[in-house]
Design a protein around this ligand. Structure first.
Ligand SMILES: Cc1cc2nc3c(=O)[nH]c(=O)nc-3n(C[C@H](O)[C@H](O)[C@H](O)COP(=O)(O)OP(=O)(O)OC[C@H]3O[C@@H](n4cnc5c(N)ncnc54)[C@H](O)[C@@H]3O)c2cc1C
Length: 317
């Protein structure tokens, strides 16, 4: 009982980025616990997903057939059965809409303690899990005193697993009684149909209240275009109705993990930082040298955005 079982996340035919972060977490935990890393994927094109999940450090990939899209009853039954069969010390799931849907059911069925929304894990004298509370203003560290344990992890907090492994791909049969399936996904309707998903973007140009007026947004849009980046914003911009909700980065918006995050006229409030601190490189433009965004920025320009942005456009257009 020292293996770690991680459960990949997928939506509309694609593995979600958090799946690869789960593999990183799983490998770290499995090393600490002295066991194997088992990855599982339930539903969708499981064979294609299994190939992608076979990253460096993965010992086995378990595939469970189960419809095209996520289904609560199928996933809860499959993960419970996998845990019954392999007796892992930890079952690690994504803290996504899907993960939060089935993780409590799995934990209840297996009588496991469940710690959700982990942002850091440590395993020295037993497992400790760090979570954020009160709008990311406070960190709590939880000692998990019993094993096995169920966890959900926040996306964007760990690096994605890479490389190609040589894991055994093992189809796993779960007998799900049709009559036990009480809910199904009827379809998808994207918020702001046809708009981009900022959480998938590699380069995000994000704008905050420093922009002052709605018409000044054109300048930032022009820069985003010149840089081939995706436009996002802090909450006040969205609250003002200047950009749609699906462009909001942060605690009550989306979590983004781009290679580059350019924050323009954004102060760096904790609720904003909660959505972008996982970016590889953070660049900030702000007139205030004491703005908290500079505490996490890799590069900073202390200057007026209305001077800096036109120069950047000229340089990159
Ligand atoms: C429950 C809750 C949830 C929240 N969720 C979110 C969330 O998901 N996302 C989010 O972003 N916020 C969220 N907030 C709001 C958050 O607390 C901040 O109010 C918000 O992030 C501030 O946005 P801002 O940085 O754009 O504006 P401000 O804090 O007003 O910062 C504007 C910055 O622009 C700079 N500036 C001004 N003029 C210029 C100029 N000409 N050139 C360069 N810089 C300039 C200023 O120095 C300042 O640092 C939430 C709050 C609560 C209570």
């Amino acid at each position: 009982m020292s293996d770690v079982l991680v459960v990949a996340d997928h939506r509309r035919g694609e593995l979600r980025p958090v799946s690869y972060e789960l593999l990183t977490v799983g490998r770290e935990l499995a090393d600490a616990m002295g066991g194997d890393l088992r990855a599982a994927v339930v539903g969708g094109d499981v064979e294609r997903f299994a190939e992608k999940l076979d990253c460096e450090g993965v010992d086995a990939v378990h595939t469970v057939a189960g419809g095209e899209e996520f289904n609560h009853d199928v996933t809860a039954a499959a993960v419970t059965a996998l845990a019954d069969a392999f007796d892992p010390a930890a079952v690690v799931m994504p803290n996504s809409v899907n993960g939060l849907d089935y993780a409590p059911a799995v934990a209840t069925r297996l009588s496991l303690p469940l710690v959700t929304d982990a942002v850091a894990l440590d395993y020295e004298d037993g497992l400790t899990v760090t979570r954020e509370m009160y709008g990311s203003k406070v960190e709590t560290v939880i000692d998990v005193t019993s094993e096995p344990v169920a966890l959900t992890i926040r996306g964007g907090e760990w690096p994605a697993a890479e490389g190609v492994g040589d894991a055994a791909v093992e189809p796993f049969d779960v007998d799900v009684d049709e009559s036990s399936i009480r809910s199904t996904v009827r379809g998808f309707e994207e918020v702001g149909a046809g708009d981009v998903d900022i959480s998938e973007a590699e380069f995000v140009v994000s704008v905050g209240r420093g922009i002052e007026e709605e018409e000044n947004l054109d300048l930032i849009e022009e820069l985003a275009e010149a840089l081939d980046a995706t436009l996002a914003a802090s909450r006040p911009i969205v609250d003002n109705g200047w950009l749609p909700k699906n462009r909001q980065v942060g605690q009550s918006g989306k979590v983004v993990t781009p290679k580059v995050y350019l924050a323009i006229g954004i102060s760096g409030a904790v609720q904003h930082v909660a959505g972008m601190k996982g970016a590889d490189t953070i660049i900030a433009i702000n007139t205030d040298p004491d703005a908290p965004i500079f505490d996490i920025a890799d590069y900073g320009i202390v200057d007026d955005l209305f001077d800096v942005v036109p120069e950047l456009i000229e340089r990159f257009d």
